[in-house]
Design a binder for this molecule. Structure first.
Ligand SMILES: Nc1ncnc2c1ncn2[C@@H]1O[C@H](COP(=O)(O)OP(=O)(O)OP(=O)(O)O)[C@@H](O)[C@H]1O
Ligand SMILES: [Mg+2]
Length: 467
């Protein structure tokens, strides 16, 4: 039992692709070579016999013309020598009218039927005095048939010679097929081999900077396209690895300052007995604030490190209610700032994760309140939710009357840890908008910043149309 399994195993194992391709090409080309040779053999044989049959027909006509009405029996020739003309014999329909048999040529019942006019002329392969011959039995005078025979050895020799050559050609064809199969599999699979080598190198080195070499443009094929997709994938992988590394580096850098401040305050409070009550009060207030900041920072970092919406949390979100809730929360957090929510325009809904959308909107409101609190002079933060194009996606705008965003800062406000120089004094880490944009992208929405007409900043969140 185990012996059988041991024998069968190597056969059951899949051969490498290159060997399989070589075998398939060889088999296909060899099959064609053998089929062509076999076809050629049949054609040559048919042509040679056709030639012989034509000579037989002509000989029969000549014999009939020369002897228009002969009695049954031998007419001419013996077919003993190759060069001799055709031998002919007259066969009567009635066997009793035939002279002594056996005559020169064999007579079959079918020949009698031809003589009687009951059957069409026909050809037969016979043996004459030990030589192969071909015979035509055709109609002659009334009640008699004419049999004409010719030696077939030249034809047989020709066929044998042709078959020998064709077998040689078929063998050469099969050998050529093997060489071609090997060549085709080698050159055809070369790009695949390169692709595999690169993939293996990446797997071994874990370095996504490798790329597959592509042929010059214009020589595109399926493998090149596969290689291109692979390169694109590697590019994206490299980008995401770099982004992750940068995020970790930035985060550790950003965490250092608040953590140092925290430690200083904690150390200060450890020696609380040496502090005045006011100093103790201040230190513990600062400790609380810094702890909140670090907590926010860590929360934002975790949010940013997350990439996709967990599918099971996605639900239908009514934006009106969500914005209302966020504005209420902001009012509570910024009691000195006025928030003005314009009259709702319908009740637009999108599919998304409510908690994350609240975080996004909350961040915009928080920024607007934080950056405009000092300069807005009582002007409110305006929140507007509407569907600008009937049938299109909903759009949320948050506008403040603060200092606005400098032209040079505008392209960068969504970068991680980016904070414009003028606001450095205000609390924050510069992660809020990066996170907001990431949440927007995850919902298929677009978040942009612009200058509000008449001063201040305006953030626009546009959702795609449809459910
Ligand atoms: N409403 C606004 N008015 C003026 N500048 C703004 C406004 N919103 C954002 N900015 C600018 O964009 C920068 C990035 O904003 P972001 O919300 O990412 O960071 P932050 O508010 O400083 O910190 P965090 O949100 O992490 O607490 C801000 O530092 C500020 O320079
Ligand atoms: Mg912010």
């Amino acid at each position: 039992m185990s012996g059988r399994r041991g024998l069968g195993a190597p056969w059951r194992r899949r051969r490498p692709l290159r060997t399989r391709l070589a075998l398939a090409v060889t088999a296909a080309v060899a099959l064609v070579a053998v089929a062509v040779c076999a076809g050629a053999f049949l054609v040559v044989r048919a042509a040679l016999y056709h030639q012989l049959d034509l000579s037989l027909t002509q000989s029969a006509r000549l014999a009939a013309q020369r002897n228009p009405d002969s009695a049954p029996g031998s007419l001419a020739g013996e077919c003993r020598f190759l060069a001799a003309p055709a031998c002919a014999e007259v066969v009567p329909a009635d066997p009793s009218a035939d002279p002594a048999r056996p005559g020169l040529l064999p007579v079959r019942p079918a020949a009698r039927e031809v003589a009687a006019g009951e059957r069409a002329p026909y050809y037969t392969d016979i043996t004459l005095a030990g030589h192969p011959a071909r015979m035509l039995t055709t109609d002659y005078a009334a009640g008699r048939a004419l049999q004409v025979a010719l030696r077939a050895d030249p034809v047989e020799d020709g066929i044998e010679q042709a078959s020998r050559r064709l077998v040689l050609a078929a063998v050469a064809g099969v050998l050529l097929a093997a060489v071609l199969g090997y060549g085709v599999s080698r050159t055809g699979l070369a790009p695949v081999t390169r692709l595999t080598a690169t993939a293996e190198r990446i797997a071994a080195t874990r370095d996504p900077r490798h790329r597959i070499e592509l042929p010059p443009p214009g020589r595109q094929d399926e493998i090149t396209r596969l290689a291109e997709s692979f390169n694109t994938m590697l590019g994206e992988l490299e980008q995401s690895v770099t982004a992750q590394r940068r995020l970790v580096a930035d985060a550790s850098h950003e965490l250092r300052t608040p953590l140092t401040a925290l430690r200083t305050n904690a150390e200060l409070l450890a020696r609380a007995d040496r502090l005045t009550p006011e100093q103790r009060q201040r230190a513990s207030a600062a400790l609380g604030r810094q702890l909140r900041e670090v907590t926010n920072l860590v929360g934002d970092l975790i949010e940013l490190a997350r990439d996709e919406e967990p599918r099971q949390l996605v639900e239908r979100v009514r934006l009106g209610a969500l914005v209302e809730h966020c504005v209420d929360a902001a009012r509570e957090h910024w009691p000195a700032v006025a928030f003005q929510r314009s009259a709702p325009d319908g009740d637009p809904a999108v599919s998304g994760v409510p908690a994350r959308l609240s975080r996004l909107v909350g961040n915009l409101l928080d920024n607007a309140a934080k950056f405009s609190a000092r300069e807005a002079a009582g002007l409110p933060v305006e929140v507007d939710l509407r569907v600008p194009v009937p049938g299109g996606g909903p759009e949320l705008t948050v506008r403040d009357h603060g200092p606005g965003i400098d032209e040079k800062d505008l392209p960068h406000v969504f970068d991680r840890f980016y904070r414009a120089g003028v606001v450095r004094a205000l609390p924050g880490s510069g992660l809020g908008l990066a996170m907001a944009r990431q949440i927007a992208l995850a919902h298929g929405a677009e978040l942009t910043a612009e200058h509000a007409p008449g001063g201040g900043a305006l953030f626009r969140l546009t959702f795609p149309a449809g459910p």
